[in-house]
Design a protein around this ligand. Sequence first.
Ligand SMILES: NC(=O)c1ccc[n+]([C@@H]2O[C@H](COP(=O)([O-])OP(=O)(O)OC[C@H]3O[C@@H](n4cnc5c(N)ncnc54)[C@H](O)[C@@H]3O)[C@@H](O)[C@H]2O)c1
Length: 323
Amino acid sequence: MSDLSGARIVVTGGAGFIGSHLVDALLAAGAESVVVVDTFFLGREENLEAARAQHGDALTVYREDAGDLGAMTAICRAERPDLAFNLATKALLYSFFNPVGAFTVNVAIATALAELLRTGLLPRLVHVSSSEVYGTAQQISMSEAHPLLAETSYAAGKAAADLLLMSYVNMYDLDVVTVRPFNNYGPRQNDDAFAAIVPLTIKRLLDGSPPVIEGDGLQTRDFIYVQDAVAAILRLATLDAALGQTLNVGSGRETAIREIVDTLCEIAGYTGEIVQAPARTADVRRHRADVSRVETLLGGVAPTDLRDGLEWTYSWHAAAVGS
Ligand SMILES: NC(=O)c1ccc[n+]([C@@H]2O[C@H](COP(=O)([O-])OP(=O)(O)OC[C@H]3O[C@@H](n4cnc5c(N)ncnc54)[C@H](O)[C@@H]3O)[C@@H](O)[C@H]2O)c1
């Protein structure tokens, strides 16, 4: 598969944050059809508005559970995809509310997709895992060989999904690329239940309530602007050299949560109190991606400047509140 123009593509979780940006990018790249499979647990219709407005004929949405093999079989028979991207999941923080559900959803979706690959209904899969499978960094930076030390049941489900898919690749010689994004941020990220630090802080600043930092704020993450991550994932999808590989998708930068909150306060012109809350349990302490494998494959990755990305994200949320 050399490019995506004319391709028929399934995107599980396509109504979510990263998934909807991927849908936009696939349609812009000339995909013949993009089929979103989403339960709308956190997905939103409005995330697909731009895609619908510009490429309505090429976009189909199924409100289905991507872990339901029967439903996925029917969808693949009807839509005859060349490729699927798997982004469906329940948010990391859902683990604390329903640990079993957070684990099993990731495994069920991977199992269904593995069976579709094995039976030939799906020729190729880009499986979107997570840097969370690594747990707290044992060494910085973290390569794909970093041990899997999941700290939440969400991460354990992701790690199990990765291993299941890899076992199918080994047994049946299937076309699978596994990507492990680090912390994405940008427009459309959920700012409601189970929200991550960037949208949560922006929402509080826009609501006029003080931002909250859990713990000392010195815990770090590798933040990558969503469109940088999507661009890398898209290029890896058609690269035969990426097949069978597991690849980190990050910025290669390490940023403390406190710096993120401070920068967002500056952008918002907020000089008030920052609430210090108790540290969250199972909150990984340090993360920074070793991105050399992807850089070798793609010939260099230039991440969006963090301040620029946070400004754009803040403006997007501010406009969404105003509209
Ligand atoms: N956001 C990040 O920082 C980040 C970092 C690393 C990896 N990831 C991975 O990227 C993918 C997308 O994450 P996101 O941040 O866009 O999350 P998101 O919650 O915005 O998107 C996930 C989508 O999956 C849908 N969904 C949930 N259960 C489903 C099911 N059983 N069947 C079909 N759809 C279902 C949700 O409704 C939602 O639209 C996930 O696999 C996540 O693990 C995200």
